[in-house]
Design a protein around this ligand. Structure first.
Ligand SMILES: Cc1cc2nc3c(=O)[nH]c(=O)nc-3n(C[C@H](O)[C@H](O)[C@H](O)COP(=O)(O)OP(=O)(O)OC[C@H]3O[C@@H](n4cnc5c(N)ncnc54)[C@H](O)[C@@H]3O)c2cc1C
Length: 392
């Protein structure tokens, strides 16, 4: 190496940065890679779940060394007048396991935690304490940043990890229980049976502002658990917000984020599902791509990922139109109808929806038979600039 410390420096050890580091360690072990994270641990402090159908065989292989909870017998969805069990297997990874697996897979000197980055450029990064890390290629995975060029709202979460006094008897995840009072928004509860005595119960709703009312969410989780007789010790929890992008000028957003010759990945680069906010499947795909192109200099990797992000933006236009319904429907108590319509349809279509791979035929089926949804999907309101929302 000529005058530089690393081949690749990754800024941010969340889902996307961590998976890129894992893919490079596995497929390009000869490259010198460093993963720099401001926080105490890698993985962002919350669980990430996905469907087995989201990942390619290579993606499954990349996640093999991570200890996951796996449910091979599908999942439930609940709506006010009906419930359904879908057969697609589900997977879930806690941030503790994510952190532990990365420490097992990466050389010790490849992980730097508690190291906030002050600035990035095409030749490296400068840490807040003044240290300079020089690299041939820099990848920015520091998470989503709002910009005035994107419109939308937020998905607000709070989850509680509970050890129940008695076995809860739940065999599979409930991905969406929308048969709960909606409180003027699209609200649902997500339940993961992590072990015979362990549950993750997560409240989630779509909101115009990204500020979770923690005590309200906590009371709602209390009430949900009490109604089902789930009592026990609280082992932990998680909370957060995710952007739900309903529209905007993506090229202008990219230009606003761009740092010359620095590649951008993860939620910051636009790699998330516009309606659900989930990003693990896209983070896995990006990690595999970066490993395959591990010799590219920053200028070329940056162009490659920007092009991928623009393609993803074009392919997901339909989901942004659906997302507008979640913020703009005239009947707030019926916004769950967007998801009800999707979960009524054949399983293959639902799988492609989750993986952001809906076909033209899928989109037509989601719209037909739901006249109010068809009308709302063409509606152009739904969301203000995300930067304004973040500042609210
Ligand atoms: C509560 C919750 C539950 C979720 N559940 C799921 C799920 O089940 N499935 C799914 O697919 N998605 C889920 N998501 C969404 C998913 O977690 C995010 O889309 C994903 O974390 C985005 O990954 P990322 O790497 O781009 O950003 P992040 O995971 O946010 O990582 C960014 C990292 O960069 C670090 N960082 C930021 N600035 C600096 C700096 N200056 N210096 C150094 N480090 C810095 C941060 O500390 C952070 O660790 C959930 C999100 C939340 C909040």
């Amino acid at each position: 190496m000529t005058g530089r410390q690393f081949d690749i420096a990754i800024a941010g050890g969340g889902l996307s940065g961590g998976l890129i580091a894992a893919a490079l360690a596995r497929y390009r072990p000869e490259l010198r890679v460093v993963l720099v994270e401001a926080g105490e641990t890698l993985g962002g402090g919350h669980r990430a779940s996905w469907f087995a159908s989201d990942l390619s065989p290579q993606g499954v292989e990349l996640l093999r060394p991570f200890r996951k909870t796996e449910w091979d017998h599908g999942y439930d969805v609940d709506f006010p007048a009906w419930r359904r069990t879908l057969a697609t297997p589900c997977r879930s990874l806690s941030s503790d396991e994510f952190d532990a697996a990365l420490h097992r897979q990466l050389p010790d000197d490849a992980i730097r935690i508690r190291r906030p980055i002050a600035a990035l450029d095409g030749a490296g990064m400068t840490l807040a304490d003044g240290e300079r890390i020089a690299a041939r290629t820099v990848i920015d995975c520091r998470g989503f940043t709002p910009s005035p060029h994107l419109k939308g709202g937020w998905r607000v979460f709070m989850g509680r990890h509970l050890r129940t006094v008695r076995p809860h008897g739940i065999a599979r995840p409930t991905v969406m229980d929308a048969a709960v009072e909606q409180h003027g928004t699209c609200r649902f509860v997500h339940v993961l049976p992590l072990a015979a005595h362990e549950l993750l119960v997560e409240e989630s709703y779509y909101a115009d502002t990204p500020t979770p009312d923690r005590s309200l969410l906590s009371r709602r989780i209390d009430a949900y658990c009490a109604a089902r007789g789930w009592q026990g010790d609280i082992l932990g929890g998680e909370a957060g917000v995710l952007p739900v992008v309903t529209g905007g000028d993506f090229a202008a957003h990219q230009a606003a984020q761009r740092v010359e010759d620095v590649a951008i990945a993860g939620a910051r680069g636009g790699f998330a599902h516009p309606l659900t906010g989930a990003s693990l499947p896209l983070a896995v795909e990006t990690a595999l791509l970066v490993a395959a192109e591990g010799d590219l200099p920053g200028v070329q990797l940056s162009a490659l990922l920007e092009t991928r992000a623009r393609l993803h933006w074009r392919r997901t236009r339909f989901y942004r139109r659906l997302a507008r319904v979640l913020f703009g429907s005239a009947r707030p108590d019926q916004r769950w109808g967007v998801f009800a319509r999707i979960y009524r349809l054949p399983e293959g279509l639902v799988e492609r929806f989750h993986a952001s791979r809906s076909t033209h035929a899928d989109r037509a089926r989601m719209l037909c038979g739901g006249p109010w949804m068809r009308a709302m999907a063409g509606w152009t309101g739904g969301g203000a600039a995300l930067a304004e929302r973040a500042a609210a």
